[in-house]
Design a binder for this molecule. Sequence first.
Ligand SMILES: C[S@@+](CC[C@H](N)C(=O)[O-])C[C@H]1O[C@@H](n2cnc3c(N)ncnc32)[C@H](O)[C@@H]1O
Length: 438
Amino acid sequence: MSQEPGTPSTAELVAGSEVVVDAGPIAHGGFVVARHEGRVLFVRHALPGEQVRVRVTEGAAGDRFLRADAVEVLAASPDRVQPPCPYAGPGLCGGCDFQHVDVAAQRRLKATVVAEQLQRLAHLERDVVVEPVPGDTHGLRWRTRTEFAVDPAGRAGMRRHRSHALLPIDDCLIASERVVGTAVLQADWAGEKAVDVVAPSDGDAVVVRIPSDEAVAPVVTENVAAQSLSREFDVSARGFWQVHPGAAATFVDAVIAGLDPQPGERCLDLYAGVGVFASALAQAVGERGQVIAVESDSIAVAQARLNVASTPWVRYVQGRVDHVFGVESTGRVSGTRKGGRRRPGPRRPSSDIPPTADLVVLDPPRTGAGKAVVGAVVALGPRALAYVACDPAALARDTAYLLERGYALTSLRAFDAFPMTHHVECVAVFTRTGPDLP
Ligand SMILES: C[S@@+](CC[C@H](N)C(=O)[O-])C[C@H]1O[C@@H](n2cnc3c(N)ncnc32)[C@H](O)[C@@H]1O
């Protein structure tokens, strides 16, 4: 587009510069891509198709990529709304990316991102629909676990975008009423670094001062009321649990519907947490079946063993999935000491891993399972795998490895489990297309 009078030339476009751009497509990470005289700008607070004045927030002369905030909307998208949160906007809270976007349109943006990642990284064309988590209509007041930072004056708040600076807040509109009802945002937290508020499905909300030892954090009870599973789980307040109250039930139903476990089958639940998928699989395969769950966090494993005690055909293995399978993870953390030298990885799989499996659930952290783990898993010859993914890029990378190894993506569901943010959760089901293992 043409440059306005007074607009800096490309060479001068640095942090603080303002320029008018046409906002291009959405990209992974909650920003849209715009171009200005050969340079790429990652723009927050804009929408595809808009014309916006942006202020560069990061970047120096000569950088090919710059970060920017839309500070004025000259031609608005029909999907733009007034942000319900007063703390959303340029230079303000770093927590939400899409407060300025109609909720249905947020889901379309996320669907575009998932489809684009699959196309780019796995060469797979898919029409993606992002479904709301049942019961969520407006995308507000859903977050049941929220960590707030504390400033030196003892005020709790949120970090500004890509900054350690704290923005004190009186309310957080995506936090549940029970989280903010603890008055955590009004209290004086002098001397603390951060506070974590957990509003479990059963019992009172608890506030944990951070840093906190997970071993001494309170244990809370979460209830999963799904079609495939209806029961409670005990979990450390500092341990992993889905933050949207409807998410665990939604994902477990999607996994069980996708895998269709049969009585007597042998299943693996990898990155198993406190046992949500392991429990549902155990119920479906029955006592003639077997579930082997692998989880690295020792507190989660101790809790999980109690959670699954009534189904002794679930066996919990504590350890990193890559180590338990005897492979070197491709992730940066695995086997890397401070200083970057690699520890030799374990040479053979743990005896806890059977030679074959019928079904596998993978629910890794954002980095994904990685090529080595995917390779080790498919070597067991499962008839189907369910991959629960919080990062569409990691899912797309691991999808490529699965396609190379004879699996087909047979169903893909995506859920808006984190409204107002760019995050999206996918449940992908892969089935083996090649012959059975001998
Ligand atoms: C996204 S959570 C899923 C937990 C569980 N499936 C659930 O739905 O509640 C990922 C889990 O993987 C565990 N984890 C992270 N890295 C791991 C690794 N390399 N090996 C095994 N578990 C790991 C975390 O402690 C966490 O419990």
